[in-house]
Design a binder for this molecule. Structure first.
Ligand code: FAD
Length: 403
């Protein structure tokens, strides 16, 4: 049997992340689920500790690493590098709590965007700042190429106008990475990402959403009204190229999709472990050596969930490994996100069902995890969009051919 173990060099990292998840995130999980919109102040101290550990290549949140194709800070050529480390630590932290991981200061999805497409000067300038990611608009969700927020060059500044919705950590972060078009008539190639200071007077918070799950994470809506940003804040190449322009911004997804898949893997494992405990306490025999014909239905379902979890985990690690080795990973990033997102929703709901009223009530965290799981199959591209991307790549079709 092939035994794909976590590389030895990451054992300490996984151990540290697990400790944080067990000692800080899990104990505060229910508190901030009930106190939606309250700032999880426990994370400030934790973030400071993580900054210290991170300086030595330690545990990381959602935005720690980037997929850089053409050199750059994270282009170190190692076979198991920063993407693998980030995925492993995220899975571990999300075993603790997904919403709190998404609220971790200086570890936003916008940080991953900066790490992926910023130049060296920008990497240095934005280092240590907390960045959220603002792509979605009222008329542009799955179809991110349809965004209408505009960016017009005026002297040394770009002037941004538009609307951004569902921005994770948007209220709390210091920066927003905003996608906007330089020229709507030029399609995808004209879409660029801009770093906007949260304190910019042209960036106005409209409201913070109330949500089904990940309630400890803030989700903010904004309007940009003549929002002026220095032209040096455009990430990557400012030219509108016939090919490759949008791929600069889109490259972010090759990085963030495995991270979201890792969140789903961590949450699924939390559900499975808790369900194992509850079923065992209820007298269900979970012994894989028992012949299939003699297994209970509950045990058979439990093993099926474990197999699904394992498949999602391996796909996620593969996508991260490819990024670390600078292999094009768009297909595998989408495969990991599709499998892990779907599996974690499915696993979480099946665990609630298997554990009955105990699974459904607030005495345990299973009901919360079932609510938290759903977003992992929605943001950074829904299940349906991942399948579309996979189909296009496998069949050699363009987005115009298959939509
Ligand atoms: C809690 C939360 C946090 C979020 N955080 C962020 C964030 O930080 N930054 C950000 O930019 N966005 C964020 N989003 C937005 C998220 O990425 C979008 O909700 C998502 O991309 C889907 O877009 P939509 O909601 O407009 O749905 P739509 O695009 O309108 O899709 C609706 C349904 O139709 C399906 N569908 C759409 N097109 C197709 C097609 N071609 N074929 C088959 N099915 C299709 C979709 O899968 C979906 O089921 C967040 C959303 C939520 C709820």
């Amino acid at each position: 049997m092939i035994n794909l173990e976590v590389p030895k060099r990451f054992a300490a990292l996984v151990g540290q992340a697990h400790e944080v998840a067990a000692e800080v995130l899990r104990p505060n999980s229910r508190k901030y689920d009930l106190a939606e919109h309250e700032y999880p102040k426990e994370l400030d101290m934790l973030a400071a500790v993580i900054d210290g550990i991170g300086a030595g290549g330690g545990i990381a949140g959602a935005g720690a690493s980037g997929v850089r194709r053409n050199g750059g800070a994270s282009d170190d050529g190692v076979r198991n590098g920063s993407n693998m480390a980030t995925c492993l630590s995220i899975a571990e932290l999300c075993w603790g709590d997904v919403g709190l991981l998404l609220s971790m200061p200086r570890q936003g999805l916008g940080n991953a965007a900066i790490a992926s497409v910023a130049n060296e000067e920008q990497l240095e300038r934005f280092e240590g700042r907390w960045a959220a990611m603002a792509i979605t608009e009222p008329e542009a969700g799955s179809d991110s190429a349809a965004i209408r927020t505009t960016a017009r060059l005026d002297g040394d500044e770009y002037v941004l106008n538009g609307e951004k919705i569902f921005v994770t950590a948007g209220e709390r972060a210091e920066l927003l990475v905003v996608w906007a078009t330089l020229d709507q008539s030029k399609g995808r190639a004209a879409i660029k990402s801009f770093v906007v200071e949260r304190a910019n007077p042209g960036l106005k918070l409209v409201r913070v959403e109330d949500k089904l799950g990940i309630r400890s994470s803030d989700t903010a809506n904004f309007v940009l009204e003549d929002c002026r940003v220095p032209k040096e804040n455009l990430l990557g190449n400012p030219d509108i190229e016939a090919t490759g322009g949008f791929s600069g911004a889109m490259q972010t997804f090759d990085n963030t999709r495995p991270l979201v898949a890792a969140m789903a893997v961590g949450l699924a494992r939390a559900c499975i472990e808790e369900t194992r405990r509850l079923l065992t306490d209820a007298g269900v025999d979970l012994d894989p050596d028992t012949p299939a014909v003699a297994q209970t239905a509950a045990a058979a379902e439990f093993y099926a969930m474990e197999a699904d979890y394992e498949a999602a985990r391996l796909l996620t690690l593969q996508a991260a490994w490819m990024a670390d080795n600078r292999k094009p990973n768009s297909l595998h990033a989408s495969m990991a996100k599709a499998k892990a997102g779907r599996s974690c929703v499915d696993v979480a709901l099946r665990c609630v069902r298997l554990c009955g009223s105990v699974g459904y009530s607030e005495g345990e965290l299973l009901e919360k995890w079932a609510r938290d799981a759903k977003i992992l199959d929605i943001f950074e591209g829904t299940q349906q969009i991942q399948l579309l991307i996979i189909a296009r790549q496998l069949l050699g079709k363009t987005s115009a051919d298959l939509r």
